[in-house]
Design a protein around this ligand. Structure first.
Ligand code: AMP
Length: 446
C-alpha cells in the first residue's frame, strides 16, 4: 500500500474528489476562513501570522505546565544537531501575545484587535472532531480590561456562526474572577476534596496539590461522580465585587444586543493568568463534551511570558468542528465553480494559440485551455465537465481571420468575436447570470 497520512490528520480535497465530506472539502475550509475574515475585518481586526513552531518555554508558560496539553499532548520537532527542539503550537494565543511583545505592537492603536487562522497540533486520542492536526480561527484583543471588549468578542463569535448559517449554537458564559477570588475558591476546594482524597483519580490527587480547580474539568467518571455527590459550590459564588461588576456589565451588553447566552457556573480555567470572563460555544452536532469554540480573558499572560502587564482576551473556533456542525444542520457551501471560458484548438498547430488566448482572457476572467488538439464534441464535453460557461474553438478559419468562435453552453448562442474584442465580450458575459435552464447534453459532432 502507498504511504498513508498520519493518524489524526486530514487532507483538504478539491471538489469532485471521491468520498468527500464537508470537513475534508477544501472549498468548505476556505469558506469558513473567508467568512471569519469578513466578519472580523469589518470589526477592525487585523490579520497576523505567527510560526507553527515555537520555543518550548513559550508553550509551557502560555498554555500551563500542569495542563494535559503540555504534559501529554505536545509534538516536539528537532533538526540535525539541535538538542532543545521546538514545540508545534497547540493553540494560537501564546504565539500572538509573544509576537505582540516582541514586535512592539503596543504602539498600535489600543485596544488592538488581531486575528489569524492556521493549523494547531495536539497528540490527542483521535475521534470525530478530535484531531492531532486541526485548524483554528483565532481572535485576540490586547490592551483593554473593558467589559465592552469582552462582550464584543463574544458577539463576534456569534456573528461568525450566524454568517455561516448555523442556528443551533448555544453560548455558555462564566467568570473565574480575579486571582484573590480564585485563591479563595481553591482553598475551599482543597478542603472539600481533601476529605475524600482516596476517591480522587491519580491525576486529580496531583491537581489537589497544584491546582484544585482543574479537578472540576477532570475527564474521570469517578471524579465527576464525586463532584456531583459533594454538591460543589461554583466559582461564581466566590467572585469579588470588581469581578462581579465586570461580569454583570458583560451580560448587560450581550442582553442589550440580543446575544442569547446561558450562565454556566461549570466553566473553569485552571491557569493563573486567566481572569474573569470565560465562555464556550456548543452545538448538538459536535456533541455535549466538545465545544465548537471557546474563549477567555487572560490579563496575566503577557507578564507570565516575561513582558509588561498587557490585558488581553481572545477566542478560538475549531474549523473542523464548525464544518461538522454545518453538516449536521444540512448546510452546504458554494464550490469554486467552473471557468468562464474554455479554449480548445482543433489542430495541433493551434494549441499554442489556444493557450495564448486563455492567458489573455485571464486578465478579466477565469479561463482554461485544452493541452492537446481535440474534436469539437470532445471540446464541448471537456468544457461541460469543468463547468465552463463559454467554449472557444480554434480552427484554420479562426486563425486566418483572427477571430474566436465562442459558444455559450447555457444559451446555445454562437458568436464570432474579433480577437481584439475578447475582453469586452467576456466582461459582458460575466455580468449575465448563468442560465437557470439545465444544460442540454452536448452531442459528439454537435
Ligand atoms: P481550546 O484551545 O482547547 O480551548 O480549543 C479551542 C477550540 O479548538 C475548541 O473549541 C475546538 O473547536 C478546537 N479544538 C481543540 N482541540 C481540538 C482537536 N484536538 N481537534 C479538533 N478541534 C479541536
Amino acid at each position: 500500500m502507498a504511504i498513508q497520512r498520519p493518524k489524526g490528520t486530514q487532507d483538504h480535497l478539491p471538489d469532485g474528489s471521491p468520498k468527500l465530506s464537508l470537513d475534508t472539502r477544501a472549498a468548505a475550509f476556505q469558506h469558513v476562513q473567508d467568512t471569519a475574515r469578513r466578519v472580523l475585518e469589518r470589526a477592525g481586526a487585523q490579520f497576523l501570522n505567527t510560526p507553527v513552531f515555537e520555543d518550548p518555554e513559550l508553550v509551557k508558560r502560555g498554555v500551563g505546565g500542569s495542563t494535559d496539553i503540555v504534559r501529554k499532548e505536545m509534538f516536539t520537532v528537532y533538526y540535525f544537531g539541535d538538542h532543545g527542539g521546538f514545540i508545534l503550537r497547540p493553540e494560537g494565543t501564546a504565539g500572538i501575545v509573544r509576537a505582540y511583545l516582541q514586535n512592539g505592537l503596543k504602539q498600535l492603536p489600543s485596544p488592538l484587535k488581531l486575528w489569524t487562522h492556521g493549523p494547531m497540533f495536539r497528540a490527542e486520542n483521535v475521534q470525530k472532531g478530535r484531531l492531532r492536526q486541526f485548524h483554528q480561527v483565532d481572535y485576540e484583543v490586547l490592551g483593554s480590561t473593558d467589559p465592552l471588549v469582552d462582550a464584543e468578542a463574544i458577539s463576534l463569535m456569534v456573528d461568525v456562526v450566524a454568517a455561516l448559517g448555523l442556528s443551533g449554537v448555544r453560548v455558555k458564559l462564566g467568570s473565574i474572577g480575579d486571582p484573590a477570588d480564585r485563591d479563595a475558591y481553591n482553598a475551599y476546594l482543597r478542603e472539600l476534596f481533601g476529605a475524600h482524597v482516596e476517591r480522587l483519580s491519580d491525576d486529580s490527587k496531583e491537581r489537589l496539590e497544584r491546582n484544585p480547580m482543574r479537578i472540576l474539568d477532570s475527564k474521570s467518571a469517578g471524579d465527576q461522580a464525586l463532584i456531583a455527590e459533594l454538591g460543589v459550590r461554583p466559582m461564581l459564588d466566590f467572585l469579588g465585587d470588581e469581578a462581579r461588576g465586570h461580569f454583570e456589565a458583560v451580560q448587560a451588553y450581550l442582553t442589550a444586543w440580543g446575544v442569547a447566552h446561558d450562565i454556566d457556573p461549570s466553566i473553569v480555567r485552571g491557569l493563573d493568568y486567566y481572569r474573569r470572563t470565560a465562555w464556550e460555544l456548543h452545538h448538538e452536532g459536535v456533541g455535549a463534551k466538545s465545544a465548537l469554540g471557546g474563549g477567555g480573558r487572560y490579563d496575566g499572560l503577557a507578564e507570565q511570558l516575561g513582558g509588561p502587564l498587557v490585558p488581553g482576551i481572545g477566542w478560538a473556533f475549531g474549523i473542523e468542528r464548525l464544518l461538522i456542525a454545518m453538516d449536521a444542520e444540512g448546510l452546504d457551501v458554494p464550490g469554486q465553480g467552473g471557468p468562464l471560458l474554455y479554449v480548445a484548438a482543433l489542430d495541433d498547430d493551434y494549441v499554442g494559440h489556444a493557450a495564448t488566448v486563455a492567458m489573455k482572457a485571464r486578465q478579466v476572467a477565469r479561463a482554461e485551455f485544452a493541452y492537446r488538439a481535440v474534436k469539437p464534441g470532445t471540446a464541448f464535453r471537456d468544457a461541460e465537465r469543468r463547468g465552463a460557461r463559454l467554449v472557444a474553438l480554434i480552427g484554420s478559419d479562426e486563425m486566418a481571420r483572427d477571430v474566436l468562435s465562442i459558444k455559450n453552453l447555457s444559451t446555445g448562442v454562437q458568436s464570432v468575436v474579433p480577437a481584439g474584442d475578447l475582453h469586452t465580450f467576456l466582461a459582458e458575459a460575466a455580468s449575465q447570470p448563468p442560465s437557470p435552464e439545465p444544460h442540454t447534453p452536448v452531442q459528439e459532432n454537435a
